[in-house]
Design a protein around this ligand. Structure first.
Ligand SMILES: *Cc1c(COP(=O)(O)O)cnc(C)c1O
Length: 388
């Protein structure tokens, strides 16, 4: 059967060049980077090369990049450690209602510990209004954390403006850029962010590797306690193969960004039109223009996202509904609800995220079979009006 993977916002396959780059660090070059003999130094050099590759993708100094065990860990470290380190100066943290749980739940954890939390609303397209942020900032606000691009609906925030508003009020700005780094140009200097979280496995690198960018001068506590790795910010023996793979993936993303995006934009447009023109009672979710290349998210009325996924799986198509972390539960996505969609509509969500290996045939296959899937499900649903 034809297999079509359209869930690149959940994870991506490793690029063959990434796989080749990683391989030596399992057996031939297995040294611990903290040791002084040449085997260890070799591993250390590989980690430092990866740091340069990642830094250059986001226009940071290599010394501002700290490797972590992924995007979730980076975001938790940024938010929790910054608040703990600076609690003598304030106790207020601001985030948005459409964040990934890595950010939202880290903020809620802080709230349970006695910190004050403000969760900003978003527009129907998923945008945070800089004016809302401006009015939420207070003298005791330490940190603002707003994501760059949304994983569920693809919306890209006016990050530069949001960061500027925060910093002019004296608050440090962190962004969860897991869905933007390697997919659209991300430049920490131009954006003016103080901290940024990124992940390897969303950009054709291995899972379990990521980084936290910390602008020089930003004071943050270490989150884990142990050895002196990552300049004491992230103790624990380095995940050398993971870090090397992340570095290679970053280098490839930087080289191929514009070319990949041209194809992704074309394919996503074709897919979106094919869906909206052939399936009634369907709407695009997220921003129509400011969105991640290759990201198509829609809601179908009168159907359940979970049932769509099962039917698509039977046809060899892999996609998402809501976020991967909440699928399995029947709660509609907090992102879609925050954008003002009703529970019923939010339940019928489908996310198709394209990647560099998807072809026009993949897109056309989905356009060919999806209308039938939705039609059949609607016929079975008691919610469907007779007119359809
Ligand atoms: C995937 C994702 C994360 C988590 O990254 P991991 O490396 O899987 O821990 C965080 N934020 C967003 C927006 C994501 O899409």
């Amino acid at each position: 059967m034809k297999q079509v993977y359209m869930d690149h916002s959940a994870t991506t396959p490793a690029d063959p060049q990434v796989y080749q780059a990683i391989k030596p660090y399992f057996m031939a070059s297995y040294g611990n980077p903290s040791t002084i003999y040449s085997l260890g130094r070799e591993a250390k050099e590989a980690v430092e090369k990866a740091r340069e590759q990642v830094a250059s993708l986001i226009n940071a100094q290599p010394g501002e990049v700290y490797f972590t065990g992924g995007g979730t860990e980076a975001a938790n470290q940024a938010i929790i450690s910054y608040m703990l380190r600076n609690r003598n100066r304030g106790n207020h943290v601001i985030t948005s209602a459409v964040e990934h749980h890595a950010v939202l739940d880290a903020c809620r954890f802080l709230e349970k510990q006695g910190f004050e939390l403000t969760v900003l609303p978003v527009s129907p397209e998923g945008l945070v209004d800089p004016d809302d942020l401006r009015s939420a900032l207070k003298a005791n606000t330490l940190l603002v954390s707003i994501m760059h691009a949304n994983n569920e609906v693809g919306t890209i925030q006016p990050l530069k403006e949001l960061a500027a508003v925060s910093r002019s009020a004296g608050a440090v700005f962190h962004t969860d850029a897991v869905q933007s780094v390697g997919k659209i140009p991300v430049n920490v200097e131009d954006l003016g962010v103080d901290m940024l979280s990124a992940s390897s496995h969303k950009i054709y690198g291995p899972k379990g590797a990521g980084c936290l960018y910390i602008r020089k001068g930003t004071r943050i506590k270490n989150y884990l306690h142990g050895g002196a790795q990552e300049r004491k910010k992230r103790p624990g023996t380095e995940n050398v193969p993971g870090v090397v793979g992340f570095g290679k993936a970053a280098e490839l993303a930087r080289q191929n960004l514009l070319e990949r995006n041209e194809t992704l934009v074309y394919l996503a447009e074709r897919l979106k039109d094919g869906i909206l023109n052939n399936i009634p009672c369907t709407r695009l979710t997220g921003h129509p223009v400011h969105r991640i290349p290759g990201h198509v998210s829609v809601c179908f009325e009168f159907v359940e996202g979970e049932s769509i996924l099962l039917m698509l799986d039977n046809l060899g198509i892999m996609a998402s509904s809501g976020s991967a972390c909440t699928s399995g539960s029947l709660n509609p996505s907090h992102v879609l609800l925050a954008m003002g969609l009703s529970h019923e509509i939010a339940h019928g969500s489908l996310r198709l995220t394209l990647g560099k290996n998807n072809t026009e045939e993949d897109v056309d296959y989905v356009i060919e079979v999806l209308p039938g899937v939705i039609h059949n499900l609607r016929e079975m649903s008691p919610l469907t009006p007779h007119m359809l």
